[in-house]
Write a protein that binds this ligand. Sequence first.
Ligand code: GLC
Length: 787
Amino acid sequence: METGMPADFGELFPGSIVSFLERENVVLFECDNGCALRIQGISPEILRFRFASEGHFEEDFSYAVLPEIRNQKISLKVTEREEGFVIDSGGLLVKLSREGLKIQIEDSKGNLLSQDEKGFHWCENHDFGGCVVMMSRVIQPHEHFYGLGDIPGHKNLRGQRRMLWGSDVYGYNSETNPLYKNIPFFIGLHHQRPYGIFFDNSFRSIFDFGNERPSVSSFWAQGGEMDFYFMGGESTAQVVEQYSHLTGRAELPPLWALGFHQCKWSYKSQDEVMTIAEEFRSREIPCDAIYVDIDYMDGFRCFTWNHSEDAYPDPKRMTTGLEAMGIKTVAIIDPGIKIDPSYSVYQSGIENDVFCRRMDGPLFRGNVWPGPCHFPDFTSERVRNWWSDLFPPFIEQSGLAGIWTDMNEPAVFNEEKTFPRDVRHDYDGHPCSHRKAHNVYGMQMSRATQEGLKRALPDKRPFVITRSAFAGNQRYSSAWTGDIQSTWEHLKIGNIQCQRLSLSGFSFVGTDIGGFSGRSDGELFVRWLQMGILHPFCRVHSSGDENDQEPWSFGEPYTSIAKKFIELRYQILPYLYTVFEEHTRTGAPILRSLIYLDDHDPECHDRAEEFSLGKGLITCPISKPGATGRWMYLPKGEWFDFWTDKPFRGGAELWVNVPLDSTPLFVRGGTVLPLSDVRQNSTVPLKFMELHLYPTEGVAEGSLYEDQGDGYGDSVKKEFRWNRGTFTQSREGAYSPGYHTYRVIVHSQDFGAKQISVDGGEPFEVANGQAFELPENFKEVVIESSP
Ligand code: GLC
């Protein structure tokens, strides 16, 4: 692996501190050899460290951390001691050595979180100028590492070395390094104390978690500054929340974006797309979106359609026809713009000077699907504006609802698989080479695309999906894990990638269900789908090279099982939407790894397959052929089998029998789980809402967020609380859903309602003690039960 180290590797270190200065709540330390360190308190639990090897700090700029967050400054208490300085933020205590600027960080109770080994050091980069900036720290006993975006391989990164340099990796496997996305954030956990480090540097970077030297973890980048945020917190969940505070929150997507999506490379004609849609409807398999891949275009020219009779003669007729069936159309767009003087986007790009140039001035030319292309510089605001403005006419003419941005690592069909390093970028007024801009290119493309959709459809919420990403990308799009193979091993890899992304602030993620390359079979497809319907983004996609991959492609019993699980996706949609809404406000991931659920429990440290959707549902996908059951771990607490209601005490491993038409699924005790009727798509009005109560010690709680599913109108947030037969609902917001009744189902053997009184009214008898109806607007219900 390219390490990014210069050939004449010579490490340089900070000298000894000769002065320190506190100004506007930032503390600056200077060393006798000119090296400087700035420490800024963003909050008591978040500290920012910036090192300048020669004392010159770069202009403060970041694509990941918004300026309003970057400029937060709490006051720090600095105490000078003989051996160095102590800097106290209230939540974190930094001990800084006078010699070499070495850092030790403790929490407010004096527990050690992080301890430098060599600490900050650097070596000069003779080829490009500047420095390779490095940080090395001691690995603490039993320390584990998590996060780092879409990296495959084991969930716990201990012992691994991973590079961040967005790459097009068709058919990757668990060893492939690097991958598509670049999220320089990881979580360390030892002695039950977690911390997070976000290295805000977009150069090619490397993270080593005891791979080179077993007791040392380090990270470095080929240029830029050593600029990192250190986050503390009581739990992994809190560290994830701090990171999401730093890099921003996702917007709530339209509800249809959470439905089931179908895709293939490629549906070659609009007739084929319509046939697929009709098949969904005639089989009554729910579906909210169909995707068109690159073959819809005229010679792979972005923003065009191949209008020939056997392709897409009238895209608007197709999208209108699909819309009438409740199906949205999403189209792929790549960054490469075909070099073709008769093509309007190319002409406009040339006229507006939007394409990336080589160092000496010529436009960069690279081959992708259409042959030779130029590439917009998405790191320029002017160019992003140009790109965003391409969407209103395109969307208007074609009736698209969402955009899929691909090949944005950026991928090029050359030896380096990307732009040459000398390609120039604006980097929003901080001109640089591709060395610095590469890792943010995809993010800036998805940003400009989201803005394009907002301009095209101002009354709708945008839906964008991206392949490449940088930290903070959750603000602009969803993501999928790229060209995964159709194998059992890859079902597992995809699951880990999604969990890891979710721990890294990016939760609206999913895999190509069934796998992209190679050949799936009915069993693999169905097992993968059983996992995929519990991932936040749920799309079947395949390369189409070897076989079809629609829910009915494998015949029976697979079609019926696929239908059952897609239907389950629609039943849990109100719950998923509620969890998503919470995610947009608090940053709490939608998809949650065991480590997020309980980092105090050693059983949760290394188990990689179990995950929960929100707080209430947990699963562990079947990932072996022929399996009719598996072992899985339930975190501490009480859990109910979703299928049988059987209660289980967590904190233990259990064997779950799951024939092909079932999957391990448990509901956390104490949950009120809203489930709706099955609709063919998410825009069909709900007929009813079921509230499933799973009381633990007589108590259950839950919430339900509802709105019209798209746009920016009214919403309502309902909070339910069940306490031994008293059931209350409080609501905030004016939105009123179409249904008028809740069907309440109490999943408790020892409860049987006899009489119910709603909002102080006359009590009435109920026929079935465990299932009864309540008006949607109830406030308080008192239930008399028979023992
Ligand atoms: C890339 C994408 C894949 C897409 C194909 C053709 O390989 O990752 O999803 O189908 O390009 O556009």
